[in-house]
Design a binder for this molecule. Structure first.
Ligand code: NAG
Ligand code: NAG
Ligand code: NAG
Ligand code: NAG
Length: 337
């Protein structure tokens, strides 16, 4: 399968930005394909009372997607019509910001056939702009909206301004978006339309090409961050390499240059530096076993690989839902930064 994939995957050969370094959970013994009985080196069983749970709203589904550490022992969690500020120490709610959808937006949403469930304001973008400043966006009943907040001296977020969120925030609760602030500008990976069919990576005024499956193909974004001259986006998406043989998801990393100023004339709103590559997290062997679906990543970490000091990134990958259940942690290094 490895060679077939290679033939069908032009970016892989063209960019070569990424190299898979090691597969930690599988261990080095896993040379020859997938084995079901490999045990992790360390195993901890937690009892019920050793686990802390934050439920949010117990009556309605909050569609939790993102959390953001606030740097002072708390985390912000985006939910349904609410931004929860939860203490990391005991998982207790410290305060809550209510943010209901606008009446008009809600009415329009119902008129377009939206259900009570989706015509709410789900917080999907939560980004720290600078010390004590946050940009937060919600679906606002399929009419996305963003707000800038300032942390007051009493430890509560206060709204400073409100602006339209189209292109910055998905319209509905189910899309997985990501965002990061770099050089005073907001970078997002999200969808720009009502139906959720127009994915984009955006930083005003630059965006990825519309409706180009080779650029983005129904991506579920999992993370993003700025490093060196670039902003990186991690996501899983439908693999165009496989369009003829059923639907397969691949994990990808895309990057854009922070200094990108767009192209000439009609390309002035397009990235000129957009690059994408497959993330290969697999157990090697004659028939490599792939963990194709990325679920989460760390931030870049200064670490050592072998005897080199290097910047590493760890990602959690799983097998597809309807196959042998399996998960792995893969580490990647950055080349050509
Ligand atoms: C759950 O959400 C509903 C509707 O938004 C609200 O009326 C209720 O107070 C919420 N419950 C909690 C515990 O926050
Ligand atoms: C969260 O709540 C705590 C306690 O009230 C406060 O100290 C902290 O600044 C709050 N953080 C945010 C981002 O609202
Ligand atoms: C978003 O991510 C969640 C968790 O991984 C997944 O269950 C869901 O299907 C994703 N949504 C979309 C639209 O891909
Ligand atoms: C992924 O990595 C494995 C192990 O290094 C290798 O055997 C395989 O050919 C690679 N697959 C692709 C598509 O590059």
């Amino acid at each position: 399968m490895g060679s077939r994939v290679l033939q069908h995957c032009p970016w892989l050969c063209a960019t070569g930005v990424w190299a898979c370094v090691s597969l930690l959970l599988m261990g080095h013994g896993a040379q020859s394909a997938w084995q079901d009985n490999i045990k992790p080196k360390r195993f901890v069983q937690l009892g019920d009372n050793e686990v802390m749970v934050f439920y949010g709203n117990k009556t309605f589904n909050d569609h939790f997607r993102l959390i953001l550490p606030d740097g002072s022992g708390g985390i912000l969690i985006g939910g349904r019509n609410k931004i929860y500020n939860v203490s990391l120490l005991d998982f207790k709610e410290q305060n809550v910001i209510e943010w209901n959808p606008h009446k008009d937006a809600k009415k329009q949403c119902y008129m377009k056939g939206g259900s009570e469930e989706v015509c709410q304001n789900y917080i999907r973008i939560l980004t720290k702009k600078g010390a004590g400043h946050y940009i937060i966006c919600g679906t606002n009943a399929y009419n996305p909206e963003c707000r800038e907040f300032k942390l007051s001296e009493t430890g509560k977020l206060e709204m400073e301004r409100e602006f339209a969120g189209r292109g910055l925030c998905p319209f509905g609760p189910s899309h997985n978006s990501t965002s990061v602030f770099a050089d005073g500008q907001l970078y997002v990976g999200t969808v720009a339309d009502f139906a959720g069919l127009e994915p984009l990576i955006y930083r005003e005024p630059l965006r990825t090409t519309r409706y180009d499956l080779a650029t983005l193909n129904a991506p579920a974004f999992v993370s993003s961050f700025a490093l060196g001259d670039f902003v990186y986006f991690f996501f899983r998406e439908t693999a165009v390499e496989f369009l003829n043989c059923g639907k397969t998801l691949y994990s990808r990393v895309a990057r854009v240059c922070r200094h990108d100023k767009g192209g000439p004339h009609k390309f002035k709103n397009k990235w000129t530096s957009y690059l994408k590559s497959r993330l290969n997290c697999s157990a090697s062997g004659d028939f490599p076993f792939y963990f194709n679906e990325i679920q989460a990543t760390t931030e870049p970490i200064e670490g050592r690989y072998g005897d080199h000091a290097t910047t590493l990134l760890y990602g959690v990958f799983t097998t597809p839902e309807n196959s042998i259940p399996g998960s792995a942690i893969c580490a990647f290094t950055f080349q050509g930064q």
